[in-house]
Design a binder for this molecule. Structure first.
Ligand code: CP
Length: 303
């Protein structure tokens, strides 16, 4: 049976640490063309810059060839072909499928009809597990540890698939969470319930200013226009946070600001040259982490 990466729950703590260790080895080597006989399919039904390009870079650096599309408008989906039939076709052609799709649960469904491993590159507001693994790699690189960190997650905590996956993965490492969001975009109850069951402490705030001091990580997110059904609600919250350099005066020296990107205006450009800014390096770490994920799935390393 094929192994897949659909949800961060698919990985135990030990398996997450194995990905991070492999990613570190790939960062030292840069290229390692061990999969020159493999074809990787990159199926993006929703826009992407970092995830698609870093997965494709990762596959290239492993020697694999890439097929796929960055916009389903040029595929037979526009003629009415179902996701099931599309995946069954592509799994005849490729050894691994990377899929981003706007519907929650679509990647899980794809894995159930595919004969080859499937990686979820983001399914609606649900999960984005490869982003989480690169986030963890970035946290480990900058903090030297994953355990006992103070992490403030800021912005769209309701629809943000990256923060849902991150919160679940970090729960293995005894974090203290601050959730900073306007009331319309608070962390959903079911995720907070999971934290309570696992004994993970958290508090909630609407004020970003109060959530910088004492933090090891400030994880900013974009308010995602594409997830809102109510345009008026989006207009009300779209500019709710803007992190500026002057707000970092009392930050811990090694506090790092992460963001899955793209950003709109939630991090002011004057933060980019700060020692606290790490979001561009974080995106770069995506290549090594995704090389590790591809290797684990194509080698069928037990995960
Ligand atoms: N972080 C992330 O998923 O970015 P893209 O939407 O550009 O892939």
């Amino acid at each position: 049976m094929s192994k897949h990466l659909i949800s961060i729950h698919d990985f135990s703590k030990e398996e997450i640490l194995k990905v991070l260790s492999l990613a570190s080895k790939f960062e030292e080597r840069k290229s390692d063309p061990i999969f020159s006989d493999k074809v990787v399919a990159s199926l993006f039904f929703e826009p992407s810059t970092r995830t698609r390009l870093s997965f494709e870079t990762a596959a290239n650096r492993l020697g694999a060839r890439i097929i796929g599309f960055s916009d389903a408008v040029n595929t037979s989906v526009t003629k009415g072909e179902t996701l099931k039939d599309t995946i069954k076709m592509v799994s005849n052609y490729a050894d691994l499928i990377i899929i981003r799709h706007p519907l929650e649960g679509s990647a899980r469904y794809a894995s159930e009809v595919s004969s080859v491993p499937v990686i979820n590159a983001g399914d609606g507001a649900n999960q984005h597990p490869s982003q989480t693994l690169l986030d963890l790699y970035s946290i480990l690189k900058t903090q030297g540890r994953l355990d006992n960190l103070n992490i403030n997650i800021v912005g769209d905590l309701k629809y943000g698939r990256t923060v849902h996956s991150l919160m679940q993965a970090m729960s293995h490492f005894k974090p203290h969470f601050r959730f900073t969001a306007p009331k319309e975009l608070r962390m959903p109850e079911e995720y907070k319930e999971q934290l309570k069951i696992n004994g993970i402490p958290f508090d909630e705030s609407e004020r970003l200013e109060d959530g910088i001091e004492n933090m090891d990580i400030v994880y900013m997110t974009r308010v995602q226009r594409e997830r809102f059904t109510d345009a008026i609600e989006y207009e009300r919250v779209k500019n709710v946070y803007s992190l500026k350099n002057e707000m970092l005066d009392f930050a811990k020296p090694n506090m790092k600001i992460l963001h899955p990107l793209p950003r709109i205006n939630e991090i002011h450009q004057d933060v980019d040259n700060s020692n606290h800014a790490y979001y561009f390096e974080q995106a770069g770490n995506g290549v090594y982490t995704r090389m590790a994920i591809i290797k684990m799935l194509l080698d069928k390393i037990d995960i």
